[in-house]
Design a protein around this ligand. Structure first.
Ligand SMILES: [Zn+2]
Length: 272
Protein backbone atom coordinates (compact mmCIF):
# COMPACT_ATOMS: atom_id res chain seq x y z
CA UNK A 1 0.00 0.00 0.00
CA UNK A 2 1.03 3.59 -0.56
CA UNK A 3 -0.21 6.40 1.70
CA UNK A 4 -0.35 9.31 -0.75
CA UNK A 5 -0.97 11.93 1.95
CA UNK A 6 0.37 12.04 5.50
CA UNK A 7 1.33 15.18 7.41
CA UNK A 8 4.31 13.56 9.11
CA UNK A 9 6.00 16.88 9.86
CA UNK A 10 3.08 17.78 12.13
CA UNK A 11 3.95 18.52 15.74
CA UNK A 12 1.95 15.54 16.89
CA UNK A 13 4.55 13.19 15.38
CA UNK A 14 7.57 14.93 16.88
CA UNK A 15 8.01 12.61 19.83
CA UNK A 16 7.83 9.23 18.07
CA UNK A 17 8.09 9.60 14.28
CA UNK A 18 10.55 6.70 13.77
CA UNK A 19 8.14 4.27 15.46
CA UNK A 20 5.19 5.70 13.50
CA UNK A 21 7.05 4.97 10.26
CA UNK A 22 8.16 1.55 11.45
CA UNK A 23 4.61 0.57 12.43
CA UNK A 24 3.42 1.54 8.96
CA UNK A 25 6.21 -0.43 7.26
CA UNK A 26 5.39 -3.50 9.37
CA UNK A 27 1.72 -3.18 8.36
CA UNK A 28 2.52 -3.33 4.65
CA UNK A 29 2.80 0.37 3.78
CA UNK A 30 5.63 0.45 1.23
CA UNK A 31 5.73 4.21 0.64
CA UNK A 32 4.41 7.44 2.14
CA UNK A 33 4.12 10.76 0.35
CA UNK A 34 4.64 13.37 3.07
CA UNK A 35 2.38 16.37 2.51
CA UNK A 36 3.91 19.86 2.36
CA UNK A 37 1.44 22.65 3.17
CA UNK A 38 3.65 25.75 3.48
CA UNK A 39 7.18 26.70 2.44
CA UNK A 40 8.58 25.79 5.87
CA UNK A 41 6.46 22.65 6.00
CA UNK A 42 7.51 21.60 2.50
CA UNK A 43 11.16 22.12 3.41
CA UNK A 44 10.65 19.91 6.47
CA UNK A 45 8.86 17.29 4.35
CA UNK A 46 11.69 17.25 1.78
CA UNK A 47 14.26 16.95 4.60
CA UNK A 48 12.36 14.08 6.19
CA UNK A 49 11.94 12.24 2.89
CA UNK A 50 15.71 12.30 2.36
CA UNK A 51 16.33 10.42 5.60
CA UNK A 52 16.78 6.66 5.72
CA UNK A 53 13.60 4.81 6.69
CA UNK A 54 12.18 1.28 6.61
CA UNK A 55 9.85 2.36 3.78
CA UNK A 56 10.12 4.79 0.87
CA UNK A 57 9.45 8.41 1.85
CA UNK A 58 8.57 11.06 -0.72
CA UNK A 59 7.27 14.60 -0.34
CA UNK A 60 5.08 17.20 -1.95
CA UNK A 61 6.05 20.88 -2.04
CA UNK A 62 3.34 23.49 -1.98
CA UNK A 63 1.31 26.15 -0.23
CA UNK A 64 -2.08 25.09 1.16
CA UNK A 65 -4.92 27.61 0.66
CA UNK A 66 -4.96 28.20 4.43
CA UNK A 67 -1.41 29.54 4.10
CA UNK A 68 -1.90 31.53 0.89
CA UNK A 69 -2.05 34.82 2.78
CA UNK A 70 1.40 34.19 4.30
CA UNK A 71 3.08 33.78 0.91
CA UNK A 72 5.69 36.54 0.69
CA UNK A 73 6.74 38.18 -2.55
CA UNK A 74 9.43 35.64 -3.43
CA UNK A 75 7.49 32.54 -2.37
CA UNK A 76 7.22 31.10 -5.86
CA UNK A 77 10.99 31.20 -6.41
CA UNK A 78 11.46 29.42 -3.07
CA UNK A 79 8.88 26.82 -4.03
CA UNK A 80 10.59 26.21 -7.37
CA UNK A 81 13.83 25.40 -5.53
CA UNK A 82 12.01 23.07 -3.12
CA UNK A 83 10.29 21.32 -6.03
CA UNK A 84 13.72 20.40 -7.35
CA UNK A 85 14.69 18.53 -4.17
CA UNK A 86 15.51 14.86 -4.60
CA UNK A 87 12.43 13.24 -3.03
CA UNK A 88 9.80 15.78 -4.08
CA UNK A 89 7.29 14.10 -6.39
CA UNK A 90 4.44 16.61 -6.68
CA UNK A 91 3.41 20.24 -6.27
CA UNK A 92 0.89 20.75 -3.46
CA UNK A 93 -0.98 20.63 -1.31
CA UNK A 94 -2.62 23.48 -3.17
CA UNK A 95 -6.14 24.48 -4.06
CA UNK A 96 -9.08 26.35 -2.59
CA UNK A 97 -10.79 26.22 0.81
CA UNK A 98 -13.84 28.48 1.01
CA UNK A 99 -15.07 26.64 4.11
CA UNK A 100 -12.78 28.23 6.64
CA UNK A 101 -11.35 31.08 4.53
CA UNK A 102 -8.21 31.34 6.65
CA UNK A 103 -6.79 33.22 3.66
CA UNK A 104 -8.83 35.71 1.60
CA UNK A 105 -10.29 34.08 -1.52
CA UNK A 106 -8.32 36.30 -3.90
CA UNK A 107 -5.06 35.22 -2.29
CA UNK A 108 -6.13 31.58 -2.50
CA UNK A 109 -6.95 31.84 -6.19
CA UNK A 110 -3.69 33.64 -7.04
CA UNK A 111 -1.63 31.13 -5.07
CA UNK A 112 -3.46 28.17 -6.63
CA UNK A 113 -3.02 29.42 -10.22
CA UNK A 114 0.68 30.09 -9.69
CA UNK A 115 1.25 26.56 -8.38
CA UNK A 116 -0.60 24.98 -11.30
CA UNK A 117 1.59 26.96 -13.68
CA UNK A 118 4.71 25.86 -11.78
CA UNK A 119 3.63 22.21 -11.90
CA UNK A 120 3.09 22.51 -15.65
CA UNK A 121 6.49 24.16 -16.09
CA UNK A 122 8.25 21.45 -14.06
CA UNK A 123 6.07 18.63 -15.42
CA UNK A 124 5.17 17.48 -11.92
CA UNK A 125 1.73 16.23 -10.87
CA UNK A 126 -0.34 18.30 -8.42
CA UNK A 127 -1.82 17.30 -5.06
CA UNK A 128 -5.07 19.22 -4.71
CA UNK A 129 -7.27 20.38 -1.83
CA UNK A 130 -10.83 21.59 -2.37
CA UNK A 131 -13.43 22.44 0.23
CA UNK A 132 -16.68 24.30 -0.43
CA UNK A 133 -15.11 25.79 -3.55
CA UNK A 134 -15.99 23.24 -6.22
CA UNK A 135 -17.17 25.56 -9.00
CA UNK A 136 -14.28 28.04 -8.82
CA UNK A 137 -11.81 25.18 -8.35
CA UNK A 138 -13.15 23.30 -11.36
CA UNK A 139 -13.10 26.41 -13.54
CA UNK A 140 -9.44 27.08 -12.75
CA UNK A 141 -8.48 23.44 -13.26
CA UNK A 142 -10.23 23.38 -16.63
CA UNK A 143 -8.02 26.23 -17.81
CA UNK A 144 -4.83 24.46 -16.72
CA UNK A 145 -5.69 20.80 -17.23
CA UNK A 146 -4.14 20.34 -20.68
CA UNK A 147 -0.74 21.55 -19.45
CA UNK A 148 -0.72 19.42 -16.27
CA UNK A 149 0.84 15.96 -16.27
CA UNK A 150 -1.52 14.73 -13.54
CA UNK A 151 -3.71 15.97 -10.70
CA UNK A 152 -5.20 14.25 -7.65
CA UNK A 153 -8.08 15.67 -5.65
CA UNK A 154 -7.00 14.55 -2.22
CA UNK A 155 -9.48 13.66 0.53
CA UNK A 156 -12.43 13.64 -1.86
CA UNK A 157 -15.71 13.82 0.08
CA UNK A 158 -17.96 15.38 -2.55
CA UNK A 159 -21.08 14.49 -4.48
CA UNK A 160 -21.61 12.33 -7.55
CA UNK A 161 -21.85 15.42 -9.76
CA UNK A 162 -18.52 16.66 -8.40
CA UNK A 163 -16.91 13.26 -8.85
CA UNK A 164 -18.12 13.02 -12.44
CA UNK A 165 -16.74 16.49 -13.18
CA UNK A 166 -13.33 15.52 -11.77
CA UNK A 167 -13.23 12.21 -13.62
CA UNK A 168 -14.22 13.88 -16.87
CA UNK A 169 -11.17 16.14 -16.44
CA UNK A 170 -9.16 12.92 -16.05
CA UNK A 171 -8.23 13.71 -12.44
CA UNK A 172 -7.20 11.18 -9.83
CA UNK A 173 -9.18 10.76 -6.61
CA UNK A 174 -7.69 10.31 -3.12
CA UNK A 175 -9.84 8.62 -0.47
CA UNK A 176 -9.21 9.02 3.27
CA UNK A 177 -10.69 7.54 6.45
CA UNK A 178 -13.70 9.80 5.89
CA UNK A 179 -15.15 6.74 4.15
CA UNK A 180 -14.88 4.77 7.41
CA UNK A 181 -17.38 7.09 9.10
CA UNK A 182 -20.73 5.34 9.15
CA UNK A 183 -22.68 8.58 8.96
CA UNK A 184 -20.55 11.16 7.11
CA UNK A 185 -19.04 8.60 4.73
CA UNK A 186 -22.29 7.02 3.56
CA UNK A 187 -22.54 8.95 0.26
CA UNK A 188 -18.89 8.32 -0.49
CA UNK A 189 -19.40 4.56 -0.11
CA UNK A 190 -22.02 4.68 -2.85
CA UNK A 191 -19.60 6.45 -5.23
CA UNK A 192 -16.74 3.98 -4.86
CA UNK A 193 -17.76 1.61 -7.67
CA UNK A 194 -17.78 4.59 -10.10
CA UNK A 195 -14.08 5.39 -9.74
CA UNK A 196 -11.88 3.52 -12.24
CA UNK A 197 -9.02 1.66 -10.51
CA UNK A 198 -6.47 3.58 -12.55
CA UNK A 199 -7.77 6.84 -11.01
CA UNK A 200 -8.13 5.73 -7.36
CA UNK A 201 -5.59 6.14 -4.54
CA UNK A 202 -5.78 5.95 -0.73
CA UNK A 203 -4.37 8.13 2.02
CA UNK A 204 -4.62 8.70 5.76
CA UNK A 205 -4.18 12.52 5.92
CA UNK A 206 -2.60 11.70 9.30
CA UNK A 207 -2.68 13.01 12.01
CA UNK A 208 -6.22 14.05 10.97
CA UNK A 209 -9.25 11.92 10.07
CA UNK A 210 -8.74 8.93 12.32
CA UNK A 211 -10.90 6.13 10.82
CA UNK A 212 -13.94 5.78 13.04
CA UNK A 213 -14.21 2.02 12.67
CA UNK A 214 -10.93 1.00 14.33
CA UNK A 215 -11.43 -1.88 16.79
CA UNK A 216 -9.20 -0.18 19.37
CA UNK A 217 -8.68 3.50 18.52
CA UNK A 218 -5.68 5.26 20.08
CA UNK A 219 -6.60 7.23 23.17
CA UNK A 220 -5.22 10.49 21.77
CA UNK A 221 -7.26 10.08 18.53
CA UNK A 222 -4.13 10.69 16.45
CA UNK A 223 -4.28 9.12 13.01
CA UNK A 224 -1.14 7.59 11.54
CA UNK A 225 -0.17 5.72 8.35
CA UNK A 226 -0.48 2.30 10.00
CA UNK A 227 -4.26 2.83 9.85
CA UNK A 228 -4.20 3.01 6.04
CA UNK A 229 -5.42 -0.60 6.10
CA UNK A 230 -8.76 0.63 7.52
CA UNK A 231 -9.18 2.94 4.50
CA UNK A 232 -8.20 0.12 2.15
CA UNK A 233 -10.74 -2.22 3.75
CA UNK A 234 -13.59 0.31 3.60
CA UNK A 235 -12.83 1.13 -0.05
CA UNK A 236 -12.62 -2.58 -0.89
CA UNK A 237 -15.95 -3.32 0.80
CA UNK A 238 -17.61 -0.42 -1.00
CA UNK A 239 -16.27 -1.63 -4.35
CA UNK A 240 -17.13 -5.25 -3.68
CA UNK A 241 -13.57 -6.44 -4.13
CA UNK A 242 -10.94 -8.16 -1.98
CA UNK A 243 -8.74 -5.83 0.12
CA UNK A 244 -5.68 -7.28 -1.61
CA UNK A 245 -7.12 -6.22 -4.97
CA UNK A 246 -7.69 -2.65 -3.72
CA UNK A 247 -4.19 -2.57 -2.22
CA UNK A 248 -2.52 -3.77 -5.42
CA UNK A 249 -4.52 -1.47 -7.70
CA UNK A 250 -4.12 1.70 -5.60
CA UNK A 251 -0.39 0.97 -5.20
CA UNK A 252 0.09 0.59 -8.94
CA UNK A 253 -1.90 3.77 -9.57
CA UNK A 254 0.12 5.75 -7.01
CA UNK A 255 3.41 4.51 -8.45
CA UNK A 256 2.39 5.57 -11.93
CA UNK A 257 0.93 8.91 -10.80
CA UNK A 258 3.94 10.04 -8.73
CA UNK A 259 6.52 8.26 -10.89
CA UNK A 260 7.68 6.09 -7.99
CA UNK A 261 9.95 3.15 -8.53
CA UNK A 262 8.68 -0.08 -7.02
CA UNK A 263 10.84 -2.12 -4.65
CA UNK A 264 11.16 -4.90 -7.20
CA UNK A 265 12.50 -2.46 -9.80
CA UNK A 266 14.98 -1.05 -7.27
CA UNK A 267 16.40 -4.47 -6.41
CA UNK A 268 16.59 -5.36 -10.13
CA UNK A 269 18.66 -2.24 -10.63
CA UNK A 270 21.01 -3.29 -7.83
CA UNK A 271 21.59 -6.56 -9.64
CA UNK A 272 20.56 -8.53 -6.54
ZN1 LIG B 1 -6.33 18.89 2.32
Amino acid sequence: MIDIGANLTSKSFQRDLPSVIERAANAGVEAIVVTGTSLAGSRAAADLAEQAAPLALHATAGVHPHHAVEAASDWLADLRVLAGRARVVAIGECGLDFNRNYSPRDDQVRCFRAQLALAAELQLPVFLHERDAHDTFLGILREHRSSLTGAVVHCFTGTRVELDAYLSLDLHIGITGWICDERRGRDLVGLMPSIPARRLMIETDAPYLLPRNLPSPPRDRRNEPVFLSAVRDAVAAARGEAPATTAAATTATARAFFGLVSRAQVSDGDGT
